[in-house]
Design a protein around this ligand. Structure first.
Ligand SMILES: Nc1ncnc2c1ncn2[C@@H]1O[C@H](COP(=O)(O)OP(=O)(O)O)[C@@H](O)[C@H]1O
Ligand SMILES: [Mg+2]
Length: 368
């Protein structure tokens, strides 16, 4: 007789892990692989099945600049701790010389300046962002290819045993930390695979083509990391995520997210002028054109937003051309090839008009 049995769904995640996935997907565009990896590790942590005596998870993030590696860690802190800045960031480039390691772990007792040094990686620093409900720390080692040998040794200890011994022999426990390491090794080879995408007007590949290219990029990135880093290091990594260069469609979504953040900045600014902001479709297209440079990913787009939206807006605030309750519409003006700022009060009557050119923001106002 057949035993009764139930086929289980081992792919379904619990409520908290699913909620994290949803929040991360809203904050990080086009990097689902990395998000899934984080959710997997978080789920294992929540259910107590993570390997004991190690950090909660060790991640290696590869891929080109401006593809969201750092943003993903900040988004995780935002989603779980309510604060994107609750990330302990170690810029490995700043610790290239072994003597600079003292900044991280403090110097031994008796050394000159021992009392004045506050190690950057103490237990207090690690735990400072814990909340009532979430006792997790997020530690980011940026650009690990620049790390000195001394930093590597320290890192290997953290990744393997979840402990770090400070200069004065105190121990720091990393078993409640997720460790993220970023590197751009392989980014050049990966970029070459993406070469046909260059240029704004191009048609992006079909979905199938993109999938194949993404898989190839992942393989290329991981192979480059294996060539660059020792097996000892690679074996301590739980998850490797290869971040893809953002497509035109991704950048368009990043633009919406960033514009929402500009709106947020206005509503929380110290200027005391709280107004609403909308950008027309043609305005967004212009921003995307100005902000697309595949070498720098979303970084270039962010710079375009600062230059073409944020700085002109600060001029408008500084010259009292906008006031609380206004509604600022930003549109592309074909004639002058620049953005047009229109302030509307009630009844959609334009109150003032300002223009900015692509190269040189210029503000002028005229009653319409
Ligand atoms: N995938 C993405 N989703 C959303 N925003 C992104 C993404 N990639 C980059 N950005 C935006 O660009 C900025 C720079 O990206 P960043 O994460 O620092 O790049 P990386 O660390 O890969 O060089 C971020 O702060 C974010 O505002
Ligand atoms: Mg980064």
């Amino acid at each position: 007789m057949k035993q009764p049995c139930r086929v289980l769904n081992a792919k379904q995640t619990g409520h908290e892990a699913s909620s994290l996935r949803e929040k991360l997907s809203r904050l990080v565009i086009g990097q689902d692989e990395a998000i899934e990896q984080i959710v997997d590790i978080y789920q294992a942590h929540l259910t107590g099945l993570a390997a004991p005596g190690r950090p909660v998870g060790n991640f290696l993030f590869l891929g080109p600049t401006g593809s969201g590696k750092t943003r993903t860690v900040e988004a995780l802190a935002e989603a779980l701790l309510g604060n994107p800045r609750a990330v302990i960031k170690i810029d490995c480039g700043e610790f290239q010389h072994s003597h600079e390691i003292a900044k991280l772990i403090g110097s031994p007792p008796g050394y000159l300046g021992h009392r004045e040094t506050h190690p950057l990686l103490s237990q207090e620093v690690l735990d400072q962002h814990h909340t009532e409900t979430v006792k997790l720390s997020f530690v980011l080692f940026d650009e690990i290819e620049k790390a000195s040998d001394a930093l590597w040794n320290l890192l290997l200890g953290i990744l393997d045993k979840a402990t770090l011994t400070l200069g004065d022999n105190r121990r720091v426990d990393f078993s409640r930390a997720m460790i993220f390491m970023t590197s751009n090794v392989g980014a050049t080879e990966m970029g070459a695979l993406n070469a046909p995408k260059l240029g704004f007007e191009r048609h992006w590949g079909t979905e199938k083509h993109d999938e194949q290219r993404d898989r190839k990029m992942s393989r290329t990135g991981i192979a480059a990391a294996r060539r660059k880093f020792t097996p000892e290091f690679m074996n301590r990594i739980d998850k490797i995520a290869v971040f893809k260069p953002l497509s035109e469609a991704d950048l368009s979504r990043v633009l919406d997210t960033e514009l929402a953040q500009v709106q947020q900045r206005i509503l929380t600014s110290s200027s005391g002028k709280f107004f609403a902001l909308t950008v027309s479709e043609s305005g967004k297209r212009f921003l995307l054109e100005q902000g697309t440079d595949m070498r720098y990913g979303a970084r270039h787009l962010k710079r375009a937003i600062e230059r073409l939206i944020v700085h002109p807006l600060s001029n408008l605030i500084g010259t009292n051309q906008v006031n609380t309750g206004d509604w600022i519409e930003i549109d592309f003006d074909r004639m002058s090839n620049c953005l047009l700022f229109v302030a509307r009060t009630d009844g959609r009557v334009p109150k003032a008009v300002s223009r900015t050119t692509a190269r040189q923001p210029r503000i002028s106002s005229a009653a319409a």
